[in-house]
Design a protein around this ligand. Sequence first.
Ligand code: FAD
Length: 387
Amino acid sequence: MQAYFFTEEHELFRQSLRDFLEKEVKPNIDQWEKDRETPRHIYKRFGEMGFLGIPYPEKYGGLDLDAMFSVVYTEEMTRMNSGGFFTSIGAHSGLALAHINGEGNDAQKEKYLTAGIKGELIGCLAITEPGGGSDVATLRTTAVRDGDHFIINGSKTFISNGVLSDYIIAAVRTGGKGAKGMSMVIIDRDTPGVSATKLEKLGWHASDTGEIAFDDVRIPVENLLGQENQGFFYIMQHFASERLGMALMGVSQARLAIDLALKYTAERKTFGRSINKFQVLRHRIAQLSSEVMMNRVFVYTLYQRFDKGDYIIKEAAMAKLVGTQLSDKVCYECMRMFGGYGYMESYPMARLLRDSQLGTIGGGTSEILCEIISKMMIDAKAYKAVV
Ligand SMILES: Cc1cc2nc3c(=O)[nH]c(=O)nc-3n(C[C@H](O)[C@H](O)[C@H](O)COP(=O)(O)OP(=O)(O)OC[C@H]3O[C@@H](n4cnc5c(N)ncnc54)[C@H](O)[C@@H]3O)c2cc1C
């Protein structure tokens, strides 16, 4: 199975990433979880190793590698068992840089993509607002044209890297109501009128999640990303890869939970024998592993189609819907196999279970994904790529 999807190059890359993570990340994860953020210096190290530029063009310092390298990256990052750490790096390299690479002009790419791939400038993507995240088209943050500037007012919430990042890729209203009046802009953190506060949350502890306020923030019109009033369509376009990434993260978390449970159930003894000899637990592991394997193969094939340029809106929504729910189920069932130790912070399952819970919320809730899938299947709605 491994050889069917991955080449020798992919596996060499996996090994070097794994070695790096074991040495420079794993020993520090517990501290970063306590600190409620991932420190800036680790972005620099990721940049030096090339890990922030896997899919991006060589012209800007990227590696321009195929999508299965991104699969390897996500799988290895998930093994660190810190959704917060994963997200800190991912909100920068997978979300902010994806918008810069996709819609940015040459000057914007020179400035933000090149420095971003090196880990010198950290970005975040700010779409969600206190008034609502699912209904993206109703966003209220305004960008009003004033000569060769936009003046921005409004607020964003639940933003990963919302406090620590150097710049914000923000969705703003530049036109009338609805989807057709939205644009994406780049706002440098040190622009007067930008402020942010950190939020406390259930999981993803090593990630800084922030609320950001814009109070008469003046940015030059050159900071418009892509075309004016096309923001909604750019967001929808990027959702496909974000959702695919979250589906893979879910499936990878589930795999980690099963690996940990396999080890623990082999070591733990009750009634004179290892608990992996009890049929009820054996069958549970067999059942969960089968479901995980089937989802894994589905997600891998979607990455291959994505790489070929297929527009996989429906399939990515399906993969995230099922993959994140499966992660919640598997993490919960495996946590229970640890008995009381599963509930303890000193064991890995507690963090894995609470970090998994975000999967069905971020990047489109399960209900919103069902809306998209049902509209495409029942109402024959077509979502087309922005060209
Ligand atoms: C830790 C964390 C990190 C995040 N990082 C980012 C980030 O970096 N950038 C960013 O922009 N956002 C981020 N988000 C925000 C996330 O994308 C939103 O929370 C999510 O999209 C849901 O929006 P909401 O919280 O406003 O919920 P709401 O939209 O208010 O939804 C509330 C409930 O109603 C349901 N619902 C809403 N509409 C419908 C409908 N039509 N049919 C059926 N049910 C419906 C939802 O499924 C949900 O159960 C993050 C969130 C968290 C918790």
